[in-house]
Design a protein around this ligand. Structure first.
Ligand code: ADP
Ligand code: MG
Length: 555
């Protein structure tokens, strides 16, 4: 269990130089600023280093409400830790950028950043100026990307075997590992369905993949659908449970009379007025329903409420309806069925309707969901994720999302690299040569950068219970003998060809990791002054309790 207190770095008050600042302002300059920032950032990296790789540990996170998340995913851990520190937040942003840009490699990016900072600290001790270090790091990062490009192997779009291996590499070590054989083909098929563009520049439209989650079954029951799965049941029991040749109206309007009057008060002096008012309201609702009916729709899906009476009228017209669906689902449905989302019912025409072969309510575990199949746009697919408990299902969801991102980037670029620390060893070696070639004052920084990359194979070995130094030596020897594909099999400690073992990662994952790790480090190195205004302190839970008990005592 992580305790957030560790991230509260103490700042020494610099008495004399802070005189020009308002009271309470804390200033830390020069070396102190560098030290303080580096220590904080390294703490974040150290926290998640033990989770790296298939045999990495999990973290159990308990939020303020006592909800528990158990995960191995770097980005999730950092997000849930609820860190409140500007420098630590910069590290969290590294993970976030990584997740968005490449889908996977979040731990790798943060761990590399931490190691780059550790090496920078050593250089600072040798009185090397932070600007020199930052420059050297930047040169090393640029060179790294060049080297990675040259090492990457091309894969063909229809090379499903390799794509599945990439998916499985991303999944290893996560809660989903035991189901990776089942999930990998689902992920590859889903992604290949939503791909668009020419062979030269392919785009994976990941937003067209609906990922739905429902606990209550084994991970291996996770299903792939062509169409969209919505986590909602039909609004009224007497509505049809299945509609064929569905003509679907997507509306953003409440079918609801009571809500309109909620803000104003209406006074009636006699019962007949009340009756007339009720009739008028009913009439308005019937009008709304008739707009829907006249458009030819036999299914209505709304992001808003559909009240009891409206449900009844719709059911009487044999129209199936879903209410209060998520806005993101609405957008997916619009794309999938070709419908326009309507905000004013009077404008609804036949041309606004979407089409799907079948709309059907199905029972999943103890709940009902609705599947919209055979959509007008065949590039609409869903993955219905299962897991025995809510926690498991959610960890599966995170793993699948990562995987969709990573395999998606491999599909777009069609370039891959060997995992298991193989590429980092090669990169490190080549950067050492580059450092000699550059020479001068930056040489030391580039060498430090090269050494820092060895943290990946070392941590993979350490987390798997092998001696990190022996393993690193073995890897370097095998790299010299058989080439850069040689990496660590974390299950037996042997050094093997990673392509043959199926440990394959997208080029983009590695490139973005190096890029964002070096960016955050150089940014931190260029800060030599931290001027912090006095913070409005949130009371700690203990203080709140103490205050409450004194109040009660006084009463
Ligand atoms: P990240 O958040 O950076 O993706 P992971 O915990 O997923 O962190 O670990 C990724 C690392 O694990 C990569 O270096 C990858 O090559 C390595 N890896 C994945 N599967 C294997 C395997 N079967 N054998 C060795 N290394 C592996
Ligand atoms: Mg990973």
């Amino acid at each position: 269990i992580l305790h957030m207190g560790v991230f509260q770095t103490t700042v020494q008050k610099n008495g004399s130089s802070s005189s020009i600042f308002a009271e309470g302002v804390q200033r830390t300059s020069g070396k102190d600023a560098h030290r303080m920032n580096i220590v904080t950032a390294r703490l974040v990296a150290e926290t998640i280093k033990t989770t790296l790789g298939p045999r990495g540990m999990d973290k159990m996170l308990v939020d303020s409400l006592g909800d528990v998340t158990i995960t191995n995913d770097g980005a999730t851990i950092l997000r849930e830790m609820d860190i409140d520190h500007p420098i630590a937040n910069m590290m969290i942003n590294v993970a976030r950028t990584q997740e968005i840009a490449a889908g996977d490699g979040t731990t790798t990016a943060v761990v590399i950043a931490g190691e780059l900072l550790k090496k920078a600290e050593e250089l600072l001790d040798q009185r090397i100026h932070p600007t020199i270090i930052a420059n050297g790091y930047q040169m090393a990062a640029e060179k790294s990307k060049e080297i990675l490009d040259s090492l990457a192997m091309d894969i063909a779009l229809d090379d499903e075997e390799t794509l599945k291996k990439i998916a499985m590499t991303t999944m290893t070590g996560k809660g989903v590992e035991k189901a990776k054989e089942h999930l990998a083909p689902i992920i590859v098929t889903a992604l290949k369905t939503v791909i668009s563009g020419e062979n030269g520049s392919l785009t994976v439209n990941g937003e067209q993949i609906k990922v739905a989650v429902k606990e209550g079954a084994n991970i291996n029951e996770t299903e792939y659908f062509e169409g969209i799965v919505i986590d909602k049941e039909k609004a009224h029991h007497s509505m049809p449970q299945r509609v064929e040749n569905a003509r679907i109206a997507l509306i953003n309007v409440p079918l609801d009379i009571s809500s309109k009057e909620a803000t104003s008060q209406i006074r009636f002096s006699d019962p007949s007025q009340l009756r007339a008012f009720a009739e008028e309201q009913k009439g308005m609702l019937q009008d709304m329903i008739s707009y829907i009916k006249n458009s030819g729709a036999n299914v209505v899906i709304s992001t808003r409420n559909i009240d009891d009476l409206a449900q009844y009228y719709l059911a009487k017209e044999n129209i199936m309806a879903l209410r209060r669906i998520k806005k993101s689902d609405m957008e997916k449905l619009a794309r999938a069925t070709g419908a326009n989302i309507i905000v004013n019912l009077e404008d609804l025409t036949e041309a606004d309707l979407g089409f799907a072969g079948i709309v059907e309510e199905v029972k999943v575990a103890d709940d009902f969901m609705t599947i919209i199949k055979e959509c007008r746009n065949p590039k609409a697919v869903s993955i219905l994720i299962r897991g025995e408990t809510k926690q498991v299902a959610e960890e599966v969801e995170r793993a699948v999302e990562d995987c969709l991102g990573a395999v998606g980037s491999a599909l777009e670029d069609r370039k891959v690299l060997p995992g298991g620390g193989a590429v980092e060893i090669e990169l490190s070696k080549r950067l050492q040569n580059y450092a000699k070639y550059v020479g001068g004052r930056e040489q030391l920084a580039i060498e430090a950068f090269a050494e820092a990359l060895e943290v990946i194979p070392t941590a993979l070995a350490e987390n798997a219970g092998f001696d990190p130094i022996d393993t690193l030596i073995a890897m370097k020897t095998q790299n010299e003998k058989y080439g850069f594909q040689m990496g660590l099999d974390v299950y037996d400690g042997q050094v093997k060809n990673m392509y043959n073992l199926g440990v394959i990662e997208p080029l983009r994952v590695k490139k973005v990791a190096i890029d964002s790790a070096s960016q955050v480090t150089t940014m931190l190195l260029r800060i030599d002054d931290v001027i912090a205004a006095a913070r409005l302190k949130k009371p700690t839970p203990d203080q709140v309790l103490a205050a409450q008990s004194t109040n009660q005592g006084a009463q």
